[in-house]
Design a protein. Structure first.
Length: 343
């Protein structure tokens, strides 16, 4: 049995044709699930009865369990318990322009970035398409809000779960699915280069963000093991390819870590690497966790770093902080819960 929320437009058409229905009936299934919000086969009202009966033999309506919500004015953080007992986190950010949701793609992560909580607890498994969809649906329905932006920047490396990520994006951007504009979705990767090329060549208009965090291989190798396999020059080349192919800007995320990657010389190096391209830098304040020794850069260094990039005509922004007070840095809530269970 498959969760009905894993049904992509393409898979729905294939299913219908192979079961003796018309591919065009897919729209009714999607309308029932996403526009009408049916949570059981009995509640489907647009879909023909004989099709509902066929669907009920092959699919089920998945339920999502929320174990904990940490809420503050601007941010709410949800800890979900999956059907096999694994945990994931989703963060809702209430912003002036709308509601942005940061979703997870894996339970745990194998990339091992030194500053990140998610990686401390290795990947347990990939999330299914439906588990990504449910993070959005659950929050839209329980909070009675519409999500206007999605960042795929929660727990996990999205390009390490590429097929399911693409299935999720297909439903998210499908008019009868979540109906989101692709330009309102951003996928963030630590730099799995072959997938960046694949994603650029795929017919999709989602945004790409790359967790760069250092301007040279020496520094990046110490922070992000993935750099040993996919070095920085190749990564920047891939980012530029994406930018040219999709005619989009590409965001380079850069966590400011005191004494590690925040000197003026490093800012100069970063500007050189970027050159005259459509890559732009987002400076992120480090969100300290109890488990490592990194410290966030002070205001003066951030400002100086920012000024160097500006002077060199590199596009640069500073990220407004959300969720620090909530333990909302990547994977912190999940990591706390797993420890509690171990005790
Ligand atoms: N694996 C993907 C997406 C998940 S991480 C990626 O690496 O891009 C999402 C972003 O949060 C990344 O830029 C990551 O480096 C950053 N991040 C992780 N831990 C953080 C922390 N403690 N403070 C600030 N940003 C953090």
């Amino acid at each position: 049995m498959t969760s009905i929320y894993s049904l992509t437009p393409i898979k729905a058409a294939e299913y219908l044709l192979s079961s003796g229905f018309k591919a065009s009936q897919a729209d009714n299934i999607f309308k029932d699930i996403y526009a009408f919000g049916a949570c059981s086969f009995d509640e489907m009202k647009y879909t023909a009865r004989e099709l509902v009966s066929a669907l009920s033999k092959d699919f089920y309506f998945e339920k999502f369990i929320c174990e904990e919500i940490c809420d503050s004015e601007s941010t709410a953080k949800y800890l979900f318990k999956l059907s096999d007992g694994n945990y994931i986190e989703t963060v809702l950010m209430r912003q002036e322009f709308g509601n942005a949701l940061c979703i997870s793609t894996q339970s745990g992560c194998n990339m091992g970035c030194k500053f990140c909580c998610s990686g401390k607890l290795k990947k347990l498994r990939d999330l299914t398409i439906s588990e990504m969809i449910m993070q959005v649906l659950y929050i839209e329905r329980t909070e009675k809000i519409k999500i206007s932006n999605i960042t795929v920047m929660g727990i996990g490396e999205p390009f390490d779960n590429y097929e399911n990520l693409c299935g999720f994006l297909d439903i998210a951007t499908y008019g009868h699915g979540l109906g989101m504009g692709a330009k309102h979705i951003t996928v963030s990767t630590c730099g799995l280069i072959p997938k960046i090329y694949e994603f650029a060549d795929r017919d999709n208009n989602c945004n790409l963000a790359i967790s760069l965090h250092a301007p040279d291989n020496e520094t990046r190798n110490t922070l992000m093991p993935v750099n040993q396999k996919y070095p920085i020059e190749e990564l920047i080349k891939a980012a530029k390819y994406f930018s040219g192919k999709r005619n989009r800007k590409v965001l380079l995320e850069y966590i400011m870590l005191e004494g590690i990657n925040d000197s003026k010389e490093q800012a100069e190096k970063l500007a050189e690497l970027i050159g005259d391209s459509r890559l732009f830098v987002n400076l992120i304040p480090y969100n300290p966790s109890r488990e490592d020794d990194f410290r966030r850069s002070n205001e003066e260094s951030i400002r100086a770093f920012y000024d160097v990039l500006k002077k060199k005509n590199v596009g640069v922004t500073r990220r407004r902080e959300f969720g620090g007070e909530l333990n909302a840095a990547c994977g912190q809530l999940r990591s706390d819960r797993i420890k509690k269970e171990e005790v």
